[in-house]
Design a protein around this ligand. Sequence first.
Ligand SMILES: NC(=O)c1ccc[n+]([C@@H]2O[C@H](COP(=O)([O-])OP(=O)(O)OC[C@H]3O[C@@H](n4cnc5c(N)ncnc54)[C@H](OP(=O)(O)O)[C@@H]3O)[C@@H](O)[C@H]2O)c1
Length: 261
Amino acid sequence: MSTPAPVDRPTTYAIIGAGNNGTALARTFARAAIACSIANSRGPDSLRPLVDELGDTIVAKSLEAALDADIVVLAIPFAAVEDFAQIPYDWSGKIVIDATNAHGVTVEYMAGRLSSDIVADVLSGALVVKAFNYLPAYVLARDPSQNGGHRVMFIAGNHEEANATVVALAERLGFAPILLGRIDEGGRLVHIPGPLVLHNLVEYPLNAEHLWNQMLTRYPMEGPRTLVLAKVMSAAGAIVGAKGNSWTKSAIRCDPRERPS
Ligand SMILES: NC(=O)c1ccc[n+]([C@@H]2O[C@H](COP(=O)([O-])OP(=O)(O)OC[C@H]3O[C@@H](n4cnc5c(N)ncnc54)[C@H](OP(=O)(O)O)[C@@H]3O)[C@@H](O)[C@H]2O)c1
């Protein structure tokens, strides 16, 4: 049974799988200076060159030891998930970020199911959140913060708290997370061959003054009413933006000097 990290210690992370995708993720954690362990099927000694290259934040562990982390990122071939799940472990309440894709299995095996739903079935009790799965590893490995913009990371999951935790992690890693909702809803868009798969999008802050002027053109107002509306919008932006509405969120992210006052 997984329990939340005590308040007096930071959340711990582990990446399971140290191939293309797992290594790309480990680079991203290392760049953001977020401590993380990494494990593969062959044991920590085989990961020595990788962790030596990535520095102190990334630590090689055995699979069993890596599973102690509060949040586990699954970056192994989808076809290996059932084999991986043979490790005796109680997944109840554990946040598992599913970075796998349904390659290497038959249509009969999938039986119309979504890969992350299968992962959730196999790791019974885990709070599965789909993320870090739909970009090529060489793109994922690059710095997600570029020229004032942030690489978008689509996230989907059926558990609100787990989703929020992964959104916060993606933000700390430098991404612009966009929550798509449940796996059987927005998650379909990033389930191969969904329409968002392989789309390397970067979010740049909107110019809030421009938006504000557009709105005033559309709904002309004068004097105190304008000021009141600006304050209401600002407050609503803080609330709605926190819930992930993209334009208010972008307005909030933008240079404070550009916000409506
Ligand atoms: N490659 C990409 O560009 C990319 C992009 C997005 C998503 N993905 C997804 O990410 C996942 C991994 O892809 P990849 O390209 O990184 O694969 P990969 O290069 O073949 O690496 C697979 C990793 O998984 C480990 N592994 C395999 N079976 C395992 C098991 N039973 N228990 C523990 N570890 C196990 C392997 O360990 P050993 O080497 O010790 O066997 C290896 O470190 C796949 O589901 C893929 O669809 C890949």
